[in-house]
Design a protein around this ligand. Sequence first.
Ligand SMILES: Cc1cc2nc3c(=O)[nH]c(=O)nc-3n(C[C@H](O)[C@H](O)[C@H](O)COP(=O)(O)O)c2cc1C
Length: 244
Amino acid sequence: MEPHRVFEPAIHYWGTPVVLLSTRNEDGSTNLAPMSSIWWLGWSAMLGLDATSKTVENLRRDRECVINLCDAGCADAVNLLARTTGSDPVPLHKRALGYTHVSDKLGHAGLTALPALDVAPPRIEECPVHLEAVVQAVRPVGRDDPRMAVPACSVEVHLVRAHVRPELLASCDRVNAEAWSPLLMSFRSLFTLGALAVPQSRLAHGSEARYAPWKSGLVRRTAAALLGRVAEHRYGVPDEREEP
Ligand SMILES: Cc1cc2nc3c(=O)[nH]c(=O)nc-3n(C[C@H](O)[C@H](O)[C@H](O)COP(=O)(O)O)c2cc1C
């Protein structure tokens, strides 16, 4: 085997799920943006965004969104929304990349709005999963990094409500991981999750209920809350950007 090479890609884009983020514009209309720098931790999620996007403007003002997860059936809509922005005028670096302003993103992509339950931006019917979310914190990312070409930020959100197409469920609150096939973006190409290459996941052993102590009876719930408080006291990390 040849030894590894040191290399310098334009961007580290190793593969993450594609979502359509719906937010509300200042006039109450909907903005919809494809993005894929996203990961989840429990009922929180972290979004990585170009700070010049209309989405960030809306999230900072309204503090809410719906994360609409895509499968392969959404690929055409994602491509129709690619290189568009709700910002008018279009930011200079986006103009250079061939972006155009689109005010009606749903109409442009032929998508259908459904009302959300806890937030104002709509869910997108064509997407198989909808996660309603509220913004916890917006922080700059890569501010002093000369390789970061545009101002960027992370948006930490708390999920308040989840909707899923029933055919993706194994039981009432459990996703059938084999039925769920996210649309993924890796180095600007779109993929879907293929057949499982690795037959066994050690992490998948045991009941998923162990990860949801808030759903257990009073004794377990109290014990879990107590353990959580002890763990927070012992391991909780300070926000390094906050003043001491
Ligand atoms: C598949 C796909 C994934 C994308 N992922 C991201 C992303 O993770 N972060 C980001 O800032 N922009 C991402 N973009 C680009 C945004 O869609 C783009 O910035 C867009 O103009 C945002 O729309 P807005 O300005 O109306 O908010 C992605 C685009 C596509 C098509």
